[in-house]
Design a binder for this molecule. Sequence first.
Ligand code: SF4
Ligand code: SF4
Length: 163
Amino acid sequence: MVIKAIYSGFKHLFKSRMTVKYPDQKLKMAERFLGRHILDIPTCIHCRACFRICPTKAITMVLLVKNAQQEEIPEKAGNDEKTPKKKKREEVYPQISYKRCIFCGFCVDVCPPNCLTMSHKYELSVYDKENLVYTPEQLSKKPSEEEGRYEIVFTRRGVSHAD
Ligand code: SF4
Ligand code: SF4
């Protein structure tokens, strides 16, 4: 049994490796890869199209409150004349929960001014799942360009990085 295991390990010394050195080196994603969203706050027209199209209800519309907690606005409260927050309702922005998002890109496709786009960032794991909810301010921050800058090359020994 032990000899069999040693033989198996030895055999792989001469095979091409197909793994990469993640997380020290991160791969450059394909051009059309859909990762974490980026929101351009100044160009959002608060139309809610992204909110309506989302198939998993990952988007909620919230007020933009700098340095404060986001206030969630119910969808049907808006056109009611008795609602005292009518003016605020017009200034809502998408907040995305990555607990629900399936990265389909519908919200990006439907956004009239193209202020919602998707980056190549795929590392979203957290210790507390509440941190998977990204406020408009968080979405407006572009992921670091340092991430995903290595491309795969195929060599005689298998997969490697092009530095
Ligand atoms: S990419 Fe995510 S947030 Fe956008 S529509 Fe699809 S599931 Fe909803
Ligand atoms: S992000 Fe785009 S689709 Fe969503 S509310 Fe703003 S303008 Fe409309």
